[in-house]
Write a protein of this length. Structure first.
Length: 246
């Protein structure tokens, strides 16, 4: 057996990672390794690695609403209902756009000096699509129908997020295994196995704001809005215990 030689740096580094198994401590993972089952000469190493990637956002989200204001609540609601019915007919005839209605409100805008109160009725539609061009054209059509855009932004689709997360997880696991192998070699152990793994992922949405444009298309009375995607920073942290054996 060859002699084990550590310089001061690597010695201190490994001591900071090694856990002497006199008791167990819980980790955020299932199937925790039973520390009482350690054999002579075995050590457990706590490791973690974080991988991250900046990904272009692929989903456009548009929030649009119709609102009406007046003193007759029945007439206002009827106006909103008719406008929303026409809007949904337009959306029903369009492919590859997900949408749903939300936030139907009727509320009193209190008049001053005991004037007859004014009411406002409104309802919103949220639309999302990876087909940006189609959604922007539909948005312009709805604007022509009297609806108003509240906001536009880009996000990362769940499918793309899962794809990127899987790639980051594989990279992190390979990095952890490589570190465990290096530690085993340094400590003169013949085997290093990851026996407990936990994941902690997240994404940080970075929006480059979608904006209205005066660029004209075939629609003469309403310019088609323009939107530019930003990026999402997807990160994944993998923590693991590596079992080092003689």
């Amino acid at each position: 057996m060859k002699n084990l030689c550590l310089n001061r740096y690597s010695h201190n580094y490994l001591l900071s990672l090694l856990v002497v198994m006199t008791c167990s401590s819980p980790l955020l993972a299932q199937n925790q390794f039973n520390l009482n089952e350690l054999q002579a000469g075995q050590l457990v190493l706590n490791l973690s690695a974080t991988e991250q990637l900046s990904v272009d956002q692929d989903t456009l989200n548009v929030y649009i609403q119709y609102s009406a204001q007046g003193r007759n609540t029945s007439a206002l609601q009827n106006e909103v209902n008719e406008a929303m019915r026409e809007a949904l007919e337009i959306l029903d005839a369009t492919n590859n756009i997900e949408y749903f209605t939300q936030q139907y409100h009727v509320y009193n805008m209190q008049g001053r000096n005991n004037q007859t109160p004014t009411w406002r009725a409104q309802q919103s539609i949220q639309m999302s699509s990876i087909n940006t061009e189609a959604l922007l054209v539909v948005t312009a059509r709805l604007q022509q129908q009297g609806l108003t855009v509240n906001s536009m932004n880009y996000s990362l689709s769940s499918e793309k997020y899962e794809e990127v997360s899987d790639s980051l997880m594989n990279a992190a696991l390979q990095k952890l295994q490589a570190r465990a192998n290096e530690a085993a070699s340094t400590l003169n152990k013949s085997n290093a196995a990851l026996v407990e793994v936990s994941l902690n992922g997240g994404n940080n949405q970075l929006f480059r704001g979608a904006r209205a444009s005066i660029a004209m298309d075939s629609m003469e009375s309403m310019a088609i809005p323009v939107a530019e995607p930003g990026t999402t920073q997807v990160s994944l942290t993998v923590s693991a215990r590596a079992l080092l054996s003689p």
